[in-house]
Structure formats: C-alpha cells, structure tokens
Design a protein around this ligand. Structure first.
Ligand code: CU
Length: 357
C-alpha cells in the first residue's frame, strides 16, 4: 500500500513540480506549432472566404477591350520558395547554398518565361501599340492606387536593420517607423477590401481615391530617422557630454599618446567606442583586461587581439552584452605591434593598438 502511494505521488510530482528546464526547451517547438496552426487557419479562412452562394449573385469580372491584364500567376509563389531556399542555403552553407541559388534562378527563369509569353500575347493581339494610356483604370477594373507606404516601409526596414547591427536609438526609430507604416498600410488595405466586398453585391467596383502625398508623415519619419542616426553616432549626445575620456573605475588613466602600461587593464565600451586606444604590454607576459560594456543591452562588444593587419585573429574572446562586464585573460604575446578590436564593430572607434616590448 505504501509503495502504491509512493508511486502515485511520484507520478503526480511530474505535474505538480514540472522539470522547467525541459519545458523551456520545448518552447520553440510550441511556438512552431502555434505558427503552423495559424498558417493553416489563415489558409482555411482564405479558401472559404467570399459569398457561399456564388452562381447567380457573383459576376465574373471581364477586362474591357484593349485592356491588358496579366492572368493569375503562380510565379511569385514559386519565386518566394526559391528565395526561401537561398536564405536557407545562406544559413546552412555548403551545397545547400548552391542548391538554393539554383532553385531561385530556376523560379525566376519560370517567371521570365511567363512574362515573355504574356508580352508575345500582348504584342500579337493588340491592333495598335504602344497601348493607350488611361488617366486611371476604367470602371469595373480594380487597381490599388499609387501608395507611398512601400517607400516608408523601406525606410523603416533600413533603420531597423541598421538598429539590429548597432542597437539603441536606430532600433527604436526603425521599430516606430515600421509600425506606423504597417498600420497605415493595413488601413489602406482595409478600405480597399471594403470596396471589393461591396462590389460582390453591387457588381460595380469602385477604386479608393488615390491617397494624398503625406508630406508631414514623411517629413516626421525622415526626421525621426535622422535624429536617431545622430544620437546613435554620438553627434548629439542625449545627456550632457559624457564622452568617455578617462577610466572612471580607477583603471590606469588612458592617454592618447603613451597609453596604459602593465599587465592589467580596464577598458570601457560606450557609444560603440573603446575608451582606450593604446596598451603597452611586456613581451611573453600574460595580461588581463577588465572589460565593461556600458552600451544598452543588445549591443554586444568584445576585445580580440589581432595582428597589425587588423584581420588575422591572434586571440579571440567571447562577446559581452550591453550592461555586462567580463574579465578577459590573454596569453603572453611575442614582441611586436598588435591591435585590440571589437569583432562585432571593427571600426576605428573600437580599435586600438597593443605595443608588446
Ligand atoms: Cu563592438
């Protein structure tokens, strides 16, 4: 009886005090399942969208004479698959990269062949070329109006990508611009959808009016981008100029000329810059660098030793996330000139020289 009770308790314990580490490892799989389920639901809702009673109520759209509309095409979907294959190849590398590139080229060739057929068809059937240019689409033809959203989206994406590399202000600006753009885009798409849905009933398709050029919005977003860029590059410091000019934690005071000497150093990284440009180290003597990354979390730095060409890695160290510190231990170096450099940002501000004598 006691043994049975114990076994029941042991079984219950797996539910009452679960193995959190094992559960956390399952999180990505759970997320993947949720994403897959969401895609399936979306596909299903698209497949079943629209009026259920199609036959008499819905009118098949017919393009007016002399109006060329390319037919529905699977080429964009195939090309997306090719692009995905290429990106996958970039991650995996090796033969997968070659395979991905071949798939992308094949899908693009397919698209090209379709376009050539379309062109031949248009040039063969049209009685007069070049085609007549209309001021707008004729009644009954649905065309989404000209839109500035892609331009804003490109700006936001660029800022976001730059922010992912450098972190901080650019990342925030990129996120804001993208969110504003995508919400606006969604509003446009919604307005168009309403008109299209109404056409199912009325048989008469109206186009939404072409949006006015949003000068204010564009100026605001561009200004946001520029300000973020200036903040990021340190041209305008957010708080009164606290540029790193000295070791603030009792480290050997850095100086532009002679640099710090010894076998123990403290280096601070802030605003994507080291506070030291020169270290003097005795030959064949191990040395340590107490490294403090005072940038925001997400902006990682490290201190690697490279040969004077700034490329050949001599001693590699792990990166330190923003707001964290680490003590790097370096092996003794043969006499000569080296550089210490951040492998994440190999820029002049994150490069210094090591003189070993
Ligand atoms: Cu760095």
């Amino acid at each position: 009886m006691e043994a049975l009770w114990q076994s029941i308790l042991a079984l219950l314990a797996t539910f009452v005090t679960p193995d959190w580490a094992a559960l956390i490892e399952l999180l990505p799989i759970a997320l993947a399942v949720i994403v897959a389920a969401w895609f399936l639901l979306t596909i299903r809702s698209f497949a079943t969208a629209g009026p259920t009673r199609r036959a008499p109520a819905r009118r098949a759209p017919v393009a007016p004479d002399h109006l060329h509309m390319p037919g529905p095409s699977t080429a964009p979907i195939l090309a997306a698959g090719g692009t995905a294959a290429l990106l996958w190849g970039l991650v995996v590398g090796g033969n997968a990269l070659i395979l991905g590139a071949i798939l992308l080229v094949l899908t693009l060739l397919y698209w090209g062949r379709e376009a050539i057929r379309d062109y031949d068809h248009a040039t063969g059937s049209a009685s007069s070329l070049p085609a007549v240019i209309h001021a707008g689409p004729p009644p009954g033809v649905h065309m989404p109006g000209p839109s500035f959203r892609p331009l804003l989206g490109a700006l936001g994406t660029a800022a976001l990508m730059a922010g992912l590399v450098s972190g901080g202000w650019l990342l925030a600006a990129g996120a804001i611009i993208l969110v504003v753009t995508l919400v606006g885009w969604l509003v446009d798409a919604k307005a168009e959808y309403v008109k299209t849905a109404a056409a199912d009933v009325t048989g008469h398709l109206e186009n939404i009016p072409a949006p006015a050029w949003p000068r204010r919005l564009f100026q605001g977003m561009a200004a946001l981008f520029v300000v973020a860029l200036l903040l990021q590059t340190g041209v305008i410091p957010p708080k009164g100029g606290d540029t790193a000019t000295g070791g603030t934690d009792g480290s050997p005071a850095p100086s532009e000329d002679s640099g710090a000497t010894g076998s123990s150093f403290a280096i601070v990284a802030k605003d994507i810059a080291f506070d030291m440009t020169r270290l003097n180290v005795p030959a064949n003597t191990a040395f340590v660098i107490a490294f403090s990354n005072r940038d925001v979390p997400g902006v990682a730095h490290d201190v690697d030793v490279r040969a004077a060409d700034k490329k050949t890695v001599v001693q590699d160290q792990a990166v330190v996330n923003g707001g964290e510190s680490a003590t790097y231990s370096f092996d003794g170096l043969a006499a000569g000139d080296y550089v210490f450099i951040c492998s994440v940002h190999p820029i002049p501000q994150m490069t210094g020289t090591i003189s070993v004598k």
